[in-house]
Design a protein around this ligand. Structure first.
Ligand SMILES: CSC[C@H]1O[C@H](OP(=O)(O)O)[C@H](O)[C@@H]1O
Length: 352
């Protein structure tokens, strides 16, 4: 059933209506629900970089809206000169974060639209780009509902599902990818529950997944990342479902740091490890995961929570924001076009 776009009960982190954009500042959850107004491509790029908005599909949507702001503000009557400036501004958005391929996927889609319509006036190009950004925004939730429908049959009744990071409504245009499978399993009548890794250092699990699921009345238990192995050992986890930021052509998965650790633990305990992602997160241009850029973020995310220091001043820090899970540890990849497992090279290519 198509969701009602104005149903306030459904979590959507980005609002794009009549050329206006608001984004839920996810840095302030769960304590504050603050919506920020955006009206320039530079500010949207900063929102992506600073993780006001985060999550691969949500980053793609924000980038598309940012690209429209970029086009709207170009003051040029020549379509070709307009397009050259538009490409330069899209490059600013593309540089905001490196790992989630949805960012470049959305920007390339916007630029392809413009390039295919250079015979139009600049005004017509601007109008068309707004509709393209709106389409990218509105398509995402329906894609996630399809992912949920394909994934739900994999989830047994009473399943206790471990999640890592947030691949829910807050990471997308609504409904979520990994959490979309959870929502669909519940809608199918399965009494599933979630065990959410807090996901240090940005705490997307404790701050976002726990908030999102509690708000929707979905059973959720929060654990520290270092507890997952113990719960698996105790038989308290029945399956794992995570999202993805980029999937290479061979099925290697880049996702939030700690995902690889969970995948290794799941394999050790013979627990299914599922990845839920839209086709826009699959990058067939990369033969394997070694080619996926891994973002290194500010060490302050590790040494501080807000202004509170968690480590001695000046301590050396590493802060890779993602890691790579080899395809051999992935039980199946759940997409809006179906479920792929085993021969990922063939299976992923057949999705397109
Ligand atoms: C549905 S994609 C969510 C994906 O994005 C997250 O990363 P970040 O919060 O840094 O944008 C994480 O890897 C999630 O699995």
């Amino acid at each position: 059933m198509a969701s009602c776009p104005i149903d306030p009960s459904i979590i959507r982190p980005i609002r794009f209506v009549a050329g206006k954009c608001q984004m839920l500042d996810q840095r302030l959850l769960p304590e504050q629900e603050i919506w920020l107004d955006y009206d320039s491509y530079e500010d949207v790029a900063e929102a992506i970089r600073t993780m006001v908005v985060r999550g691969a599909p949500a980053i793609g949507i924000a980038a598309a809206i940012g690209a429209w702001f970029a086009a709207r503000d170009i003051d040029n009557e020549s379509s070709r000169e307009f397009f050259a400036e538009f490409q330069q501004r899209c490059a600013v958005l593309a540089a905001s974060r490196p790992t989630a391929v949805n960012l470049s996927w959305a920007l390339e889609r916007m630029q392809r639209f413009a390039e295919a319509n250079l015979d139009r006036s600049v005004m017509e190009l601007k109008i068309g780009l707004e509709y393209e950004a709106l389409a990218i925004t509105q398509e995402d939730e329906q894609i996630n509902r399809k992912i949920g429908r394909h994934g739900a049959p994999l989830i047994p009744d009473q399943a206790r599902i471990l999640t890592h990071c947030n691949a829910g409504a807050l990471a997308t245009g609504g409904y979520g990818t990994a959490l979309g499978v959870v929502r669909a399993a519940l809608a199918a009548g399965n009494k599933v529950s979630v065990i959410a890794d807090e996901t240090r250092p940005f705490l997307q699990g404790s701050r976002l997944t726990a908030w999102e699921l509690q708000r929707d009345g979905i059973p959720v238990t929060l654990i520290c990342d270092n507890m997952a192995g113990y719960l698996m050992q105790q038989g308290d986890i029945d399956c794992v479902i995570v999202g993805a930021d980029r999937i290479a052509a061979n099925g290697d998965v880049a996702n939030k740091i700690g995902t690889y650790t969970v995948a290794v633990l799941a394999r050790e305990h013979n627990i299914p490890f599922y990845v839920a992602a839209p086709r826009s997160t699959i990058d067939l241009r990369l033969t394997d995961g070694s080619q996926i850029p891994i973002e290194e973020r500010d060490g302050r995310e590790v040494t501080h929570i807000g202004d509170k220091a968690l480590a001695p001043e000046g301590i050396a820090v590493r802060n890779p924001a993602f890691d790579l899970t080899p395809a051999r540890l992935v039980t199946a990849i759940i997409t809006e076009s179906g479920v792929v497992s085993g021969d990922y090279v063939t299976g992923l290519r057949q999705l397109f």
